[in-house]
Design a binder for this molecule. Structure first.
Ligand code: AMP
Ligand code: MG
Length: 329
């Protein structure tokens, strides 16, 4: 019998359960995202969402994988980074399952999981990764036993910028898809602060300026177009520099914002200019979900990592480069 891992994700607004085998076969991947009617996400509301729906989501994932609880060999959970209340609820569910089933508990770094699921899907061995989501914006590459953050946002994540801007423009949550649709109808580029500082980015200036452009009467279409060109152009620039610097031959786009066609097109252009292979993680594996946690659980467990329940506290500020990646060393 092959080893089976149940992965539980719950760092922010989404709760997910995924079931993956040691060969990297995704047997199921079920999630639900809290979408508040208005306003942003409150950590406590999100954690209540996870507590309310978590058990049902896990049950659905098991049914759709066609397995029973006794078939699970490992329980993995998103240990960080993320919102404290969400992480604690998720960890509690994982601990209970691990104790009840008598199987190892593995804590997974959410950002690393986004990279590894992308590598599983693409067959990439050692990519430069552009990880863009509601909570994170990083360009990452493996060096010296860890995933090093080569560049990142100095303030808000690109997905968060799109969501907050979208709220001002009268769009629902999440606003990324609506901004992408409106951008296709934009015809005028309105100047916005293009803010790259070394390898780092800043998105708060774009948010402020785009809101002002809206107050001044510019169209949502032109604003969406201009925001995408500026925000994604900045990502293209640092991805390009990371490729030139590391000489790696693969470029991976992952995270919820990877669903954006314009961003993918731009990075594909960068890849062609540098003669590297490009992969964009497919929509079901791009956002926050449990399959990536399960796959990372398999990798991590394989190199001997597991947690005792008493040591399994969550790590809200766990950085991508704070973990030794034993399975790659
Ligand atoms: P995640 O945090 O990984 O679950 O991803 C959610 C984020 O992805 C939210 O900020 C969304 O606005 C963003 N997103 C989803 N689809 C798109 C899209 N087509 N274009 C831009 N952003 C998107
Ligand atoms: Mg994420």
């Amino acid at each position: 019998m092959t080893t089976i891992c149940l992965g539980i994700e719950g760092t922010a607004h989404s709760f997910g359960a995924g079931i993956v085998t040691e060969d990297g076969e995704v047997l199921s991947n079920v999630w639900d995202m809290l979408s508040p009617a208005e306003g942003g996400i409150h950590p406590r509301e999100a954690s209540r969402h996870h507590a309310d729906l978590g058990p049902e989501i896990i049950k659905t994932a098991m049914e759709s994988a066609g397995i029973e609880f006794r078939d699970i060999d490992i329980v993995a959970f998103s240990r960080g980074p993320g919102l404290g209340p969400c992480l604690r609820t998720t960890a509690t569910i994982a601990r209970v399952l691990s104790l009840k089933l008598g199987v190892p508990l593995v804590g997974v770094n959410h950002c690393v999981a986004h990279i590894e699921i992308g590598c599983l899907e693409s067959g990439f061995v050692d990519p430069v990764t552009v990880y863009v989501s509601g909570g994170n914006t990083q360009v990452i590459a493996f060096a010296g036993g860890r995933f090093r953050t080569f560049g990142e946002t100095l303030d808000i994540a690109v997905g968060n910028m799109l969501d907050v801007l979208g709220r001002s423009l009268g769009m629902g949550f999440p606003a990324g898809p609506a901004i992408e649709r409106e951008a296709l109808k934009g015809t005028r580029y309105l100047p916005l602060p293009y803010s790259v500082k070394g390898m780092d980015l800043s998105y708060s200036g774009i948010l402020t300026s785009a809101r002002r452009l809206y107050d001044e009467g510019n169209s949502v279409q032109d604003i969406s177009f201009s925001v995408q060109e500026t925000a994604f152009g900045m990502l293209g620039e640092i991805a390009e520099r990371a490729l030139a610097h590391t000489k790696k031959k693969e470029l991976l786009l992952t995270g919820g914002v990877a669903r954006n066609n314009r961003l993918a097109e731009l990075l594909e252009g960068v890849s062609e200019r540098h003669g590297v292979v490009f992969h964009r993680v497919s929509p079901p594996l791009a956002g926050d979900q449990g399959a990536m946690i399960a796959w990372n659980g398999i990798l991590s467990h394989r190199s001997g990592n597991h947690l005792e329940v008493r040591d399994s506290h969550v790590l809200p500020r766990w950085r991508t480069d704070e973990q030794d990646i034993d399975w790659r060393s």
